[in-house]
Design a protein around this ligand. Structure first.
Ligand SMILES: [Zn+2]
Ligand SMILES: [Zn+2]
Length: 233
């Protein structure tokens, strides 16, 4: 299994927990504009780091915004940033000054959804690791996977189990394109680790990312750089 930043937590939308985690809205302050199209970056997940389950490599950071822009071509390339005390520093991004969209817009730009976290079941981590290693799941494992992420076809379609992506922070979730942990471009020999994966889960009925898109965040355990990529099915 891959090394992890901290133990995995599943993300539950529209649920209030002990901590102030949320999804949605526009980033404010230093570095809050998309370096490509200048629109405010969208907050795909904002993590309250007083929650000790989330062990981010830079302990000075008190709130961790996981941001992205799908309203322009920024998301077609790697986007890397760091969170500072007063905002965000962009390390790598497409900069064409092209405001052209790519035909999708963020549905959560203007609305904020509260979020609760719960420990990812170890069995789900095990099955995700198997999928990420490009191994097939047995029939029983597929049924277990679907049960753990509550993902079944509608009863009129047979109610069969569906193996699909889901929302998670920490640990290592099932990644649609089996992405490997990338090397950090800013620290020699430091490999980034999975930080979060965001996807529209069927059971929640809430769309926070573009259809069929999985947004994946990695973080460097040494310099705390955050790399954002997306996969589309
Ligand atoms: Zn943009
Ligand atoms: Zn680094």
């Amino acid at each position: 299994m891959n090394a992890t930043l901290f133990d995995g937590c599943r993300i539950h939308l529209n649920q209030q927990g002990k901590f102030e985690h949320y999804v949605g809205g526009e980033l404010k302050g230093k570095g809050s504009e998309c370096p490509n199209c200048s629109r405010p970056l969208v907050i795909y997940l904002s993590l309250d780091l007083t929650d000790e389950r989330i062990k981010f490599p830079d302990s000075r950071v008190k709130r961790l915004p996981l941001v992205y822009c799908v309203d322009c071509e920024l998301c077609c390339f790697d986007f890397v940033y760091r969170v500072d005390a007063d905002g965000l520093s962009v390390l790598e991004a497409l900069k064409t000054k092209d405001r052209q969209g790519i035909g999708i817009t963020s549905s959560i730009r203007k609305k904020r959804i509260k979020v609760d976290l719960s420990a990812t079941p170890l069995e789900l981590e095990r099955l995700a690791a198997k999928l990420n290693a490009k191994c097939d799941l047995t029939k029983e494992e597929k049924a277990m996977f679907a049960k753990l992420i509550n993902n079944f076809a509608r009863p009129e379609l047979g109610g069969y189990p569906i193996v699909d992506c889901y929302n998670q922070v920490g640990g290592r979730a099932f990644l649609m394109q089996r992405l490997e942990d990338p090397m950090c471009e800013y620290c020699p020999k430091s490999r980034m680790r999975f930080l979060a994966s965001l996807y529209n889960e069927r059971c929640s009925g809430i769309k926070t990312v573009p259809e069929e898109m999985q947004i994946v965040y990695f973080a460097c355990p040494t310099c705390a750089a955050i790399l954002v990529q997306h996969s589309a099915s």
